[in-house]
Design a binder for this molecule. Structure first.
Ligand SMILES: [Zn+2]
Length: 271
């Protein structure tokens, strides 16, 4: 189950009761950004805030979640399906150590090293491998529709299994993203998924618009849920956030809703 937490420092974030380690899906509430479109917890550079403001927000969010902001790893995202293993040598990469490198997913077995993905409609998924009450590894992926089509969530599951995880020990929390109420897509989107998973899948997750010809509405978060279940992750181990980033504009940044003029949220997890 997803819980909305308001931390002592004012930061509002979501967490999943299924994940036992420090983690959080940020909202737009509780930060120091003052621009209308980034107000107030923008966690990405190059959205209009100066770097100092973004790093202050990262510090606030990290304090709320209980992680070390100086170590958060989160790189530029390119809608790939690659999940990169990170170690303490990568600590701070993306925020405190600028880099041109990109990645849409992370896995780590090192404790105290937070990994995060940025989002503002795309689906963030956080993973924990838990054995006998102890978290052994964590992972985070950015699953936009292209990442979902190329199964980035399953890439993370595969990496956890390579580390020794049993499927029954893997827990996943699918965070806030744009839902089928608001996520309008074109026919080519439908065709790509039909080619990969067939018509029944499309009927389930992509509905035809009642108003506009050739337009559809899709639910990418539920597609990720389906992929995980199909891969053998028990349903009870998968949490699905009930919020739509476009509907809940007070709570989240939405790329669609704002036509691209928006701040960015971070979904982070730490062993
Ligand atoms: Zn919506």
């Amino acid at each position: 189950m997803f819980e909305k937490i308001k931390a002592e420092n004012g930061v509002v974030y979501l967490r999943s009761t299924l994940l036992p380690c420090p983690h959080g899906f940020s909202t737009r509430q509780g930060g120091v950004s003052t621009l209308e479109h980034t107000s107030s917890l923008n966690l990405a550079f190059r959205r209009g805030d100066d770097e100092e403001t973004v790093l202050k927000n990262l510090a606030l969010f990290s304090t709320a979640v209980g992680i070390d902001d100086k170590k958060v790893v989160s790189l530029h995202q390119v809608h790939s399906a690659r999940v990169r293993e990170v170690t303490n040598a990568d600590a701070g990469l993306g925020y405190f150590r600028p880099t041109d490198e990109s990645s849409d997913g992370y896995i780590t077995t090192e404790s105290g090293l937070p990994v995060g993905v940025k989002n503002a409609d795309c689906t963030p998924v956080l993973f924990a491998w838990v054995r006998d009450g102890e978290t052994k590894a964590v992972a985070a992926v950015h699953a936009g529709w292209r990442g979902t089509l190329s199964e980035i969530s399953l890439e993370a599951v595969g990496k956890l299994i390579e580390k020794g995880a049993q499927k029954s020990e893997i827990f996943a929390a699918i965070g806030p993203s744009i839902s089928s109420c608001c996520y309008e897509v074109e026919r080519d989107f439908y065709d790509e998924f039909e080619k990969k998973y067939g018509e029944e899948f499309c009927r389930r997750f992509i509905s035809e618009s009642a108003q506009k010809d050739g337009k559809y509405f899709a639910d990418v978060a539920k597609m990720n849920h389906w992929q995980l279940e199909r891969a053998g992750i028990p349903e009870k181990n998968i949490d699905l956030c009930p919020f739509c980033t476009s509907c809940e504009e007070e709570m989240f940044y939405s790329h669609r809703k704002s036509r691209g003029l928006r701040g960015t949220m971070l979904s982070v997890i730490c062993l």
